[in-house]
Design a protein around this ligand. Sequence first.
Ligand code: LLP
Length: 412
Amino acid sequence: MFSYLDHSLYCEQIPLADIAKRAGTPCYVYSSQTIRENFRAYDESLGDLPHSVCYAVKANGSLGILSLLARAGSGFDIVSGGELYRVLKAGGDPAKVVFSGVGKRSEEIEYALENGIHSFNCESEPELALIDALAARRGMKAKFALRVNPDVSADTHPYISTGLREHKFGIDIHEAEGVYERARTYANLVVTGVSCHIGSQLLDVNPIFEALDKVLALVERLRAAGHAITHLDLGGGLGIAYREEDPAPEIRTFADCVRKRLQGRGLTVMVEPGRSIVGAAGVLLTRVLYRKRNVNKEFVVVDAAMNDLIRPALYRSHHDIMPLRENDRPEIVADVVGPVCETGDFLARDRTMANVAPGDYLAIATTGAYGFVLASNYNARLRSPEVLVEGDKWRIIRTRENYDELVRGETA
Ligand code: LLP
């Protein structure tokens, strides 16, 4: 939903320069249409297979985004009490919430029980014991799935690959049956599912299907042993095209394959997509402050920095950088850097890009996922506002922080 018309970059029907001028920069802008379409692609392609699309809140937890997805019928995958709070604030249905994560604290578990979430994706035996004890205290039964680690290797950045034995996540698939067996003794736990998640930004879906096959075989063994498994949670992880040439999987094709493999097995399937729903729906707008040259190197200094978008610094990730107004000057090769006092503060390196001048605006593309959520106040920089576009309208869904908010809760 981002395209040029008469040399101006638009989000849906709004020229992004209008937003940059009125909301200021840096500023995140999201297309509601893209988010809704991506959600529907999962929902419609899973079709008549009983399913629940649980959007992974960690990718972008802004209330405006969560509320849009809640209204579209989405469930939510959360990893903290704070994320549950956000979902409830945005009008999400707690009965469609799954709670994942390797280190749930008792207050968080109690908060989830109190609000009647769908189920817990558990990652260890001590966690099962804790949930059982807390559910007993409330006189409740808690539904759970074990997150198993299927030991498949997903070809992605090492920081976001999770499905190998050496990773901290899940319970080794070979040990899972023993854990399910021992869990029978917990009076306040009800087993309902099996879950897995092997990594993020997966451009090849084969490892996901390899994991699915292993998990399906486990489901059959568990059922044969008398465990009533009714749902299978496949996790998230579908990759998106950060570069035009990336071989990104189509959501519809992927979900179609999932539906075909799971039809007739008496299982409700859950998926936990984050990036593939919001990633391509967002851009970070920034303004060029200076051009400078150090010996042979050209720098474009902009007003967005690693505190606004950390992905290039942390993962060396690529984000296209597009001018809000195209010009016909010959392109340049430059590093696009921010004001933060670190050499790692770059948004692009050796990038062939538009020949921009101070005052020009740029859009850093594909930043709807793991963009704002990872923003910080480093260098006492104010976190940017967020804008949601809907057709020919736009609204601010988060205001820019101010200096009062910057020191909120502090005492001198
Ligand atoms: N479910 C679980 C259990 C997860 O750990 C994750 C992501 C997801 C679902 C959603 O995955 P997605 O569909 O978004 O790939 N900060 C990194 C990504 C970290 C992903 C962590 N887990 C980045 O910027 O690339």
